[in-house]
Design a binder for this molecule. Structure first.
Ligand SMILES: [Zn+2]
Length: 543
């Protein structure tokens, strides 16, 4: 149900080089095609002067009712969109892009260089999962579609990647050339060609807010907001003004556990090691893995945990880790210092002595068969390398690790245990009280991660029900999303209230709580848009 709240045409001012003057009557609207009233599927359609910009192009994830939305046609023709902007490379912000391109989108997709790199990992991986799911459905006949088709294919993902246009942070670029401005709109071209500028959001490597300027108006699409004072990623950049703000609300009703300098993680590792158990960490392939490794390395260096074998069992995570290691200059200064202090630091700069140091470290893995893959990847990820780190590459190595009973730490995706290699690790460990399963990120409703952290006594994995005997722990302080206090801290940098703040990317309870808090403490105008709601942006006319 598309709701056109205000049908009237809104008058927009255009900058002409000599201040602002009235240029034209232009309808200016936002349509919330995803992440409205929920945390996934981010897609925000901006329409102005007869042109369309889609900010983020995410997949719906989680419960089936949401996932089915990925199959519904968009209310607009993808070919009618003039530009796409991505805030970051998490699937709930970029994972629909191959479908959009397959559906006829032919324009450019603006993103930061690191987002482009990470999309090069996550989109082909997502396509692969879609193809696998369709194959499984056809093999077992559990589909009413004959044959079941993937949401998109590897070819679609490759075509989507071809459209990515990298733009560095804080460099406004026009979304299309002025020549393309529709004369029929009577729009003053130089003033009304929107520009996009990426500002570091501190949420993931390459993550950004997208600041879109049209004329003298600014819309800030917050994407996901990072956190303050955390290792690995920088603090979210302050923003002082925007006419319209889209703000995520994932943890809008919550505060994260206070920073304890890794003590809870250290306790969990020590206790599991003392029981001779395995610690399985389902982790989002990108972002969380880096922070988990950072903490393990730091706790190990400080001798607060024993030096256990650590396995990263996710090909995508290994690839992403290398991008992180290659872009230390975009990460937290703390990490750069850790890397340069470390005896493994020189490996980062590619100096031969550093490489030798890594390569000649004693063999790390508990099982000889697993040791083959470690040195090659380690040379490139020294900033995150614990003493006994192994990158698990092949399915065979993964199977051997699943079978191994040796105490160790296994980091494997997916983070909400909805799929991926971690399912086999869970099936092998969850029935034994010696072991621990540790969740480190947001667990969406309907996922195994949510069931387990809510205290489920049994869990279905790979078609079988397993009793839950392992300890299930949760460390929220490693979340990549700002909590409500951090969101308010970020908003406090604004020197004037936005004319309207739209809260997106949150479950209803979190959205309501954050809306109430912003209205109470800041007295800003806040709205929680509904799925597919279209709003004509208010007050853009009255400067
Ligand atoms: Zn994200």
């Amino acid at each position: 149900m598309e709701r056109d709240l205000i049908a009237d045409t809104i008058i927009l001012y255009a900058r002409t080089g000599k201040g602002s003057r009235l240029s034209s009557n232009v309808t200016f609207s936002l349509t919330f095609l995803g992440a409205a009233g929920t945390v996934t599927g981010s897609k925000h359609l901006l329409e102005a002067a007869g042109r369309r910009v889609l900010v983020d192009c995410g997949l719906f994830q989680g419960v089936k009712e949401l996932r089915l939305r990925n199959w519904e046609p968009l209310p607009i023709d993808p070919a009618s969109i003039d530009a796409v902007v991505l805030t970051h490379a998490h699937l709930d912000h970029c994972g629909y892009l191959p479908r959009l391109v397959a559906g006829g989108y032919r324009g450019r997709v603006f993103c930061t260089p690191a987002t482009k790199e990470l999309c090069g990992i996550v989109l082909p991986d997502s396509a692969h999962i879609q193809e696998e799911d369709a194959r499984e459905a056809n093999r077992h006949g559990f589909t009413k579609h004959q044959p079941a088709l993937p949401l998109y294919t590897s070819v679609d993902a490759a075509r989507a990647l071809d459209r990515l246009q990298p733009v560095g942070y804080e460099r406004p670029v026009p979304l299309w050339s002025d020549g393309g401005q529709t004369a029929a709109q009577g729009v003053s071209a130089p003033g009304l060609t929107p520009t996009v500028e990426f500002v570091n959001a501190g949420h993931l490597l390459g993550s950004a807010y997208a600041r879109i300027r049209i004329g003298d108006r600014t819309l800030l699409f917050g994407g996901d907001l990072g956190r303050y004072g955390r290792p690995v990623l920088p603090d979210p950049s302050p923003v002082t003004e925007a006419d319209v703000l889209l703000l995520e609300s994932t943890y809008g009703d919550r505060l994260h556990q206070p920073d304890d300098n890794g003590e809870r993680l250290a306790t969990i590792v020590r206790q599991t090691a003392a029981r001779g158990g395995k610690l399985v960490v389902p982790a989002f392939a990108i972002g969380r893995v880096e922070e988990v490794l950072y903490w393990l390395k730091r706790l190990e260096d400080d001798k607060r945990i024993p030096s256990l074998p650590v396995f990263v069992d996710s090909p995508m995570a290994v690839a992403a880790l290398q991008f992180y290691a290659a872009r230390l200059n975009e990460l937290d200064a703390d990490l750069t210092m850790t890397a340069s202090r470390s005896d493994r630091g020189p490996a980062l700069s590619g100096s031969p002595s550093g490489r030798d140091q890594v390569a000649t470290r004693p063999a790390a893995s508990p099982d000889q068969i697993l040791s083959g893959s470690r040195s090659d990847g380690l040379r490139r990820v020294a900033a995150f390398a614990t003493a006994r780190l192994t990158m698990v590459a092949s399915m065979q190595q993964s199977a051997d690790l699943v079978a191994s009973r040796q105490p160790s730490i296994v980091i494997s995706s997916s983070g909400m245990a909805t799929g991926g290699r971690v399912l086999r690790h869970l099936a092998a460990t969850i029935t034994n009280p010696k072991n621990t399963v540790l969740f480190v990120g947001y667990q969406a409703a309907g996922t195994r991660g949510r069931l387990l952290t809510d205290g489920a006594k049994e869990i279905k994995l790979l078609g079988r029900i397993y009793p839950v005997a392992a300890r299930v722990e949760r460390v929220d302080s490693m979340s990549a999303h700002a909590d409500s206090g951090e969101i308010m801290r970020w908003l406090s940098a604004f020197t004037r209230p936005p004319r309207m703040t739209y809260l997106v990317h949150g479950d209803p309870v979190a959205l309501d709580a954050l809306a109430a808090r912003i209205a109470r403490e800041l007295r800003w105008s806040v709205r929680i848009p509904a799925h597919l709601e279209r709003v004509v942006i208010p007050d853009m006319a009255n400067g």
